[in-house]
Design a protein around this ligand. Sequence first.
Ligand SMILES: *Cc1c(COP(=O)(O)O)cnc(C)c1O
Length: 485
Amino acid sequence: MKLVSTRNSSERISASAAMLAGMAPDGGLYVPETFPQIPELSEKAALDYPVLSARVLGLFFDEIKGIEAITREAYKSFGHPLVAPVVKTASGEYVLELWHGPTLAFKDMALSVLPRLMAAAMGESGNLLILVATSGDTGKAALEGFCDVPRTRIVVFYPNDGVSNMQRLQMVTQEGSNTHVMAVRGNFDDAQNAVKAMFTDAVFNAQAAHKGYSLSSANSINFGRLAPQIAYYLSAYAQLVAHGEINNGERINFVVPTGNFGNILAAYYAKRMGLPVARLICASNKNNILTDFFKQGSYCLERPFFKTMSPSMDILISSNLERLVFELMGRDATAVSAMMQRLKEEGRFDIPKAMQAALETDFYADWCDEDETAQTIRRMFEQKNYLPDTHTAVAMGVFEKYKKLGDRTKTVIVSTASPYKFPEDVLCCLGVQAEGLTGFDAARRLSELTGLSLPLKIAALETKPVRHTGVYEKDALQKAVLGVI
Ligand SMILES: *Cc1c(COP(=O)(O)O)cnc(C)c1O
């Protein structure tokens, strides 16, 4: 399957080349030239996640051999036999749990596969240097994914004071002979800008090449992260059919807690590939720029930025939205370029009214403030015996409001993190006095309170040796990176 850029649809490249490049040279994102249709699968194959995932990836990465061996290996360490199980709460909600991977967040679904796909796509020579700026979850998931993958080396940059205690510990205790973690003095933007500068610095690229490395990235605009996310929507559907919850062919909704628009975009791709989906419900926190976009047809950056208890959704520039806009505009790359240029220069873009109507058949959007999110966590736990994390709770809160509109379509809520990644906030939402409790004490308290056992991956962090201690000024990063390759 060939891919094209959202800003220039005439140049075609293979999915492998697009994955290794990350982003198109014209600044656009790579998208498939056409949407392949979902292959016929037996029920057994559809419920065997590595098989299903390999069949979906094979539609795009047709030049890579042995994908099933890759997906088997990638999902081996997941803590659930179904990899991404759909569970039914006491009151009948369906929840698709995407956090049974090594770092307990949904980023693992793609970042377990991406490094192995990249290694397979690299060919016989050379090494990859993966540079990742993170505000928390992505860094750890990428470190786990690339850990000891041959011919790759990964460096993760995080803002020294900008990640949670648990997130920092997860990263600085990372094992593996090819993993490096650098704290950057500054905020996330400083770390991100330093990484972007390395990608565009010709001298730095030449120095890395001299040492046998070419640069690549693992952030969520990489097509290699998007493609592995399609399979879990198919898996969720197959599970519901297998359990007699829906009839084969019946259309269902998904509610997705959204930040960079990668997860929900994969659901949209699944729909375009033939999955019977009625509506995709885009759930935002107080940073509700997407809600406004879906309701009003304009994307406007001029607004305050809020720090919330669902930090992975604290985003104003949802990069993957460009891929949806490309489809809405009838794949007119020139129009998309103009809109993105306008976003950069004027901080906004608008879609034509006719396109907005088309949007409403596929999507609905709403948001929850911090209070609603906290109440949702408490209500879900006390009344429905299900404990969501702070991100999933946003989706559940939005779904409660959506149901009041009268849509009776069966709906799956997408759950993106384990509550144990955010123990202090979850305890606080449950009304427990948790002030002064450190991450681990808070996690143990949560476990006592809920009867859910503390995940080993969290418990083990407390005694794991710290391996990465470097703190760097942003202009010292290039030298530090060259020092490790
Ligand atoms: C990354 C993340 C999200 C947002 O996903 P997008 O693909 O960026 O929309 C939601 N919840 C959690 C826990 C995440 O880590």
